[in-house]
Design a protein around this ligand. Structure first.
Ligand code: ASP
Ligand code: MG
Length: 406
């Protein structure tokens, strides 16, 4: 007997028929002798609609009331799911965030989980009851409903799995696992049987949208074994696990891309101590997150160019902040370019292998793709290239690292 959390996203509970199908799947897991807790999102499209209504009625809304509205979708699906389970003879009850309670901080709209008391759920497991918990929502210390940020049900599920000490947390979604390359672009991509937490974390934050990044962080910290699988087919998905569980580590496990970047170049910045601080300080004050940065040493000790990336949505604001400081910074001019894409190769095996970056640069050079910015960490190499090369770059790299399926 195992203790399992099964999380179903919006497309998996999109209508009554799908909710019934999910209930059947849960019943099967229960009949196999497992203790099961189910976490559901709102029916697909519902949360978007709720967000739209909140913005419509009041663009500068009270964040506490926003949470009351947008958390409502999950209240519907937990109730329906509990009913669907009862209909087929499975003892089940619904749990809203505050009933558990799932205690969060008071950052409405993007609350963080502080504590989850699951004693009552565990007690009821012994009587054979299935817990159906609303994802996405919690309760703040101000005693008001909070939400965890868009896509937050993944994080709810992992938090519950950690609290009940689950053997596994299954995330059922509309894809059947994690692929070596975005299946919409790389048609010879392979589904991975296993991937490490660290790789998944990089992939999630680098643009693979299957899991909320925070949920992977939480799973890694609490050693929750995650499985990403399809709710539509009955087949094993991808396990996200500790590195120790993987014997033969791939050098590169996957290639991710993000079109959410924009490039800014400051031309002829004076090469003085403190100049980086005076550029990035005001950007940080404006809550603009800077990602990749390159600065060269100036040849003459006087002036150099500085290039970095910011989220595309923040490009105009970032350019404004920099223009405002032009006099003080003393650069010649600033250029913004939204037509770039960040492409990353990710793999824990990189730590112990030489030549991984070289292979990336060579593959791009062979296709005549110019690399604008490079950044690396222990297990990833990212490059910034022109957006027009997205497909070509992804496919070429997929082939270059031997990831193509035969
Ligand atoms: N329903 C919420 C959303 O759409 C939470 C989730 O689906 O994970 O963001
Ligand atoms: Mg989701």
């Amino acid at each position: 007997m195992a203790r399992i959390v099964q999380k179903f996203g919006g497309t998996s509970v999109a209508d009554i028929d799908r909710i019934r199908a999910v209930a059947e799947r849960v019943k099967k897991t229960v009949d196999d002798g497992n203790q099961v807790a189910v976490v559901v999102s709102a029916m697909s499209g519902t949360t978007n609609q709720l967000v739209e209504w909140a913005r419509d009625i009041s663009p500068m809304h009270d964040a506490r009331e926003y949470d009351v509205v947008v958390s409502a979708g999950e209240q519907i699906t937990v109730g329906l799911m509990a009913m669907a389970l009862q209909n087929i003879g499975v003892d089940a009850r619904s749990w809203l965030g505050w009933q558990i309670p799932m205690i969060t901080d008071d950052e409405h709209g993007r609350a963080r989980i502080m504590d989850l008391q699951a004693d009552e759920i565990i007690r009821r497991f012994d009587g054979g009851q299935v817990a159906v918990m609303a994802g996405f929502q919690g309760i703040g210390s101000d005693n008001r409903i909070t939400t965890l940020g868009r896509g937050g049900s993944d994080t709810s599920a992992v938090a519950l799995a950690a609290a009940i000490n689950a053997d596994r947390c299954d995330i059922f979604t509309d894809v059947d696992g994690i692929y070596t390359g975005d299946p919409r672009i790389v048609n010879r991509g392979k589904k991975l049987d296993r991937i490490t937490y660290e790789e998944m974390l990089e992939m999630a934050s680098l643009g693979a949208k299957v899991l909320q990044t925070r949920s992977v962080e939480l799973a890694m910290n609490h050693r929750v074994r995650l499985q990403v699988a399809s709710s539509f087919v009955d087949a094993p998905g991808t396990m996200v696990v500790d590195e120790e569980e993987i014997m033969e580590k791939e050098i590169v496990s996957g290639i991710a891309h993000s079109g959410n970047e924009a490039k800014i170049t400051l031309v002829k910045v004076p090469d003085n101590p403190g100049i980086a601080a005076s550029i990035f300080g005001p950007l940080a004050d404006a809550s603009i997150v800077v990602d990749m940065i390159v600065q060269n040493v100036s040849e003459d000790g006087k002036a150099t160019d500085l290039t970095f990336t910011v989220p595309k949505d923040d490009l105009d604001r970032a350019l404004q902040v920099i223009e405002d400081g032009k006099e003080e910074l003393g650069f010649e001019r600033v250029e913004g370019d939204p037509d770039v894409v960040k492409i990353s190769v990710v793999g824990v095996g990189m730590r112990s292998h030489a030549g991984v970056a070289m292979r990336m640069f060579q593959a791009l050079a062979d296709k005549g793709i110019n690399i604008q910015v490079i950044s690396t960490s222990e297990i990833k190499i990212s490059v910034l290239v022109s957006e027009a090369y997205t497909e070509l770059a992804l496919r070429s790299l997929h082939t270059a690292y031997g990831l193509d399926s035969v």
